[in-house]
Design a protein around this ligand. Structure first.
Ligand code: PLP
Length: 396
């Protein structure tokens, strides 16, 4: 009840997240009835790694500097310190082969809040693939934006295409490597979307939060595509690549050419209104995470997650199941077995294997019929889960 006061009615359009609450409830009930079963959690997309020593040392140095008058830092620039924006620019150049300007980089406390603020810059229809990271839908709803859900299909390997869209300006959200399906788009797919965006006057919001999981020749950045600098904004994050889910550091790249410079101006205005920038200490830690030393130190966790994904995928495949993803991403996208729907598959894995997964329907209508397994877990969890899966489903 809000009494007489009028609250943002767009928030009422959000689903109450019943599915995730229900899942938590089911896990609680299962645990109380089966106290002897050690639950194996492959549900949430949080990391299980810890911060490498060099990143901790960088944060420590920045914290200690706050003790001295000469090195103390108060309010910083809301778009991020120059050293951190330069670190992002150099990371793009050295690791992704993409040229960006540090003046186009906006540092934020993670990718999610940047996505929310960016959506606040638009008042056009938003194209969001289904299934997708749920925050895209929720943030768009709270801004009162009309959502055009673009269903993705197994036949197309979950790759969305613009052919069904009208030739008008949209905000288009794309994520590669994708949460939840694990697919990473080829350059030709990004070229197709870039061409559509340029011709229709649309803007692409490209989320590459999982780019460090890519192997082989797939593009890590949309700026690998010619013309993208005229129509695409890119969102990055250290959450999964450097175990920063608790530290909080992400960025947006907004080139001057996008919307004739109007988007960058609008975004600057929006962050100027309601944001005072990411913490100095975290930006110093991020600078290290984006350096050669930091990347090398973080690679052990990425390798471990890749191994987990391979172990889980092998077990599921050996049991005759159809599973996507896991190659360029820490997520496996499993087709529900036995004609179960995604919530029934969640129940089946929980009650028979003691494994927590995520029903695909939690990622939008296009996710029903699938479930997501996260390989961001500790390695012994993945090993134990693969043994239980093989015992319960049976190797064929
Ligand atoms: N983008 C995608 C696709 C994600 O899956 C997530 C987190 O799970 C985020 C962005 C949010 O990242 P951050 O922790 O930087 O806010």
């Amino acid at each position: 009840m809000s009494g007489g006061i009028k609250l943002n009615s767009n928030v009422k359009k959000l689903s109450e997240n019943y599915l995730f609450k229900e899942m938590e409830e089911k896990v609680k009930v299962f645990s109380s009835r089966n106290p002897e079963t050690v639950l194996l959690r492959l549900g949430v997309g949080d990391v299980s790694g810890t911060l490498p020593e060099c990143i901790v040392a960088a944060a420590e140095r920045a914290l200690i500097a706050q003790k001295e008058t000469e090195t103390f830092r108060g309010y910083g620039p809301e778009n991020g310190y120059e050293f951190c924006r330069n670190a992002v620019r150099d990371y793009y150049k050295n690791e992704m082969g993409a040229e960006i300007c540090s003046s186009d980089v906006f540092i934020s406390d993670g990718a999610k809040s940047a996505i929310d603020r960016l959506l606040g810059c638009f008042s056009c229809d938003v194209v969001i693939p289904s299934p997708a990271y749920p925050a895209y839908y929720d943030c768009a709803e709270t801004k009162g934006l009309k959502i055009v859900a673009l269903e993705r299909f197994e036949n197309d390997s979950f790759v969305p295409f613009p052919d069904k869209l009208k030739k008008k300006p949209y905000l288009i959200i794309l994520c590669s490597p994708d949460n939840p399906t694990g697919v990473a788009y080829d350059k030709s797919v990004l070229e197709c979307w870039t061409e559509f965006a340029v011709k229709s006057g649309s803007v692409i919001l490209f989320d590459n939060a999982y780019e460090r999981f890519i192997r082989g020749g797939k593009p890590h950045s949309i700026y690998a595509v010619k013309g993208a600098e005229m129509c695409a904004v890119e969102i990055g994050s250290l959450s999964k690549s450097a175990c920063f889910t608790g530290m909080r550091l992400g960025w947006s790249v907004i080139p001057d050419g996008v919307a004739g410079g109007a988007l960058k101006k609008t975004y600057k205005r929006i962050i100027g209104c309601g944001y005072n920038g990411a913490p100095y200490i975290i930006q110093r830690a991020a600078e290290c995470a984006l350096s050669g030393e930091g990347i090398a130190a973080c690679s052990a966790y990425i390798t471990a997650c890749r191994h987990n994904a391979a172990v889980l995928k092998k077990a599921l495949t050996e049991c005759g199941m159809t599973v996507y993803g896991g190659l360029h991403s820490p997520y496996l996208w499993l087709k529900c077995p036995f004609d179960l729907n995604s919530e029934e598959t969640f129940d089946y894995f929980l009650s028979n294997c003691g494994i927590v997964i995520t029903p695909g329907s939690g990622f939008g209508k296009g996710g029903d019929g699938f479930v997501r397994l996260s390989a961001l877990c500790p390695s012994d969890t993945a090993e134990k889960a693969s043994v239980r899966i093989k015992e319960v489903f049976g190797v064929r």
